[in-house]
Design a protein around this ligand. Structure first.
Ligand SMILES: *Cc1c(COP(=O)(O)O)cnc(C)c1O
Length: 457
């Protein structure tokens, strides 16, 4: 077994015979039944829209359990999972260390609404690994963390406007559900019903990878901009890799204009390494937001800054922010256990190397076949794009029509036991639980799926 796998690893991707037959659809009977019921209770049958499988084939799969790199649905289908609950599960599902710590802490009760030592413990683990922030506050989601960071920036600077980038996602608070209007530097337009126009008018939306747009926005709204917010690595609308010099430029533009830089690391925090994207670019943000991984699969968000800036948060300062379940002991326990594992020496090197080998092989395969397909990647994050562009740095460069191809790929992959997030705009994650054997299996399935996608071009 191992010997034959070794042969597979060193094999040449271009020698693999073309596979063009679709596989029959897996049974989704139980999931379909549950979905019918769910539609009675929840809008679209779900509690977060992307889960409804609107951009891929079939009814959403209802997941029954997860273990390591696998999930099982209600019909008993097993999948190698690359969604990882959208990022938090860097150790894979149901990691024994996380489960044990959560189980232990739960014996003492679930919530007190009073301080616990566990909050200190998780804060120490985060701050020890971060030279950019001195004080933090825990929230219950990434959305809350970013919303609070924006309020803090406004409270600290006494200014109202924020600059955000088209193609970056920062959760669903009102100020951030704003898309670009027409023209290079304009007031945003709401991207959701229910967001007042007057809120959107406080958010300026500009394209990524465009220095002039940043300069124009600052010039036009002189001394009105409280903060510029950008994702550490934009990874919620494809993987829009930015050049380090551009990130440095944004940092400098903020400083020159008296605005704060909010680096939203909800997805990148503890994903690329212990210090996230800030260290990756070597830029110092004024406010950082984290989420996802620091909760180990439970609801946790966090924002942090220098002691001076955080001094503006109540009860020390005048910027109000609170939470009934903030710093929840069970959630803290999961975060402590997870970050303790991540802190082991060599963790990120092993994970990132494994992930990079995986995506490089997929890219070699697609290139050998002349498929119009590119894998964009950073650390253990990857994004499948049906394109021949060497770089995609802005959302405008994403070809919406190519999502039809992703749709076919997604179905072929599910039918081969591979679970990707149900949208071509979403990235995938390799976790520490993906062994070489499973990654090899996944690669084979991806090769076949690509052959099917490109067989009827
Ligand atoms: C996921 C995410 C959020 C929102 O976090 P939730 O926990 O879903 O509210 C905000 N910003 C970024 C960069 C994210 O990836």
């Amino acid at each position: 077994m191992l010997d034959s796998l070794k042969k597979m690893f060193t094999g040449n991707e271009s020698d693999i015979p073309v596979q063009t037959g679709s596989k029959p659809d897996i049974s989704r009977e139980k999931s379909a039944e549950l979905y019918e019921k769910a539609k009675k209770y929840f809008p679209g049958g779900v509690n977060s829209p992307v889960r409804a499988f609107k951009s891929v084939y079939g009814t959403p799969l209802f997941i029954q359990k997860g273990d390591g790199c696998f999930v099982w649905d209600a019909d008993g289908n097993q999948f190698i999972d690359f969604c990882g609950s959208w990022g938090p599960l860097i150790l894979g599902h149901n990691h024994p260390k996380v489960r044990e710590k959560v189980t232990e802490v739960m014996q003492n009760g679930m919530s007190f609404g009073a301080p616990t030592a566990l909050e200190n413990e998780l804060a120490e683990l985060i701050l020890k690994n971060n030279r950019y922030v001195e004080k933090i506050r825990f929230t219950s989601s990434g959305t809350e963390a970013v919303m609070s960071a924006i309020r803090l920036a406004r409270g600290f600077t006494g200014r109202d406007k924020i600059i955000k980038f088209d193609g970056c996602y920062h959760g669903h608070s009102d100020s951030l559900l704003v898309k670009a209007g027409s023209g290079l530097v304009t007031f945003g337009e709401t991207s959701s019903a229910g967001v007042p126009k007057s809120f959107a008018a406080e958010t300026i939306v500009i394209p990524l990878n465009d220095r002039q747009a940043v300069e124009e926005a600052f010039a036009r709204f002189k001394e009105q901009v409280a903060a510029v917010i950008i994702e550490g690595i934009p990874a919620n609308n494809g993987l829009l890799l930015q050049e380090p010099e551009y990130m440095k430029f944004i940092r400098e533009a903020c400083t020159a204009n008296g605005a704060l830089l909010i680096l939203d690391e909800v997805i990148t925090g503890f994903r690329l390494g212990l210090e996230g994207a800030a260290a990756h670019y070597d830029i110092k943000p004024d406010i950082l937001t984290y989420g996802k991984i620091i909760g180990g699969g439970l609801p946790v968000g966090m924002y942090g800054a220098s002691a001076e800036i955080m001094g503006h948060i109540s009860p020390d300062g005048g910027v109000y922010q609170a939470g009934t379940l903030s710093g929840n002991p069970v959630a803290m326990a999961a975060g402590i256990a997870q970050i303790t594992e991540l802190s082991r020496s060599g963790f990120y090197k092993d994970l990132n190397t494994k992930a990079q080998e995986f995506v490089a092989s997929i890219q070699r395969f697609a290139t050998a076949r002349n498929y119009r397909f590119k894998v964009f990647t950073a650390g253990s994050i990857f994004w499948f794009a049906f394109t021949d562009q060497e770089h995609i740095r802005t959302s405008a460069e994403i070809d919406a029509g190519s999502m039809e191809k992703f749709k076919v790929m997604h179905r072929e992959l599910l039918n081969r036991g591979i679970y990707l997030g149900p949208s071509g705009y979403e990235v995938g994650f390799v976790s520490a639980a993906h062994s070489k054997i499973e990654l090899e299996k996944a690669k084979r399935a991806i090769f076949e799926a690509l052959d099917v996608v490109f067989s009827n071009k």
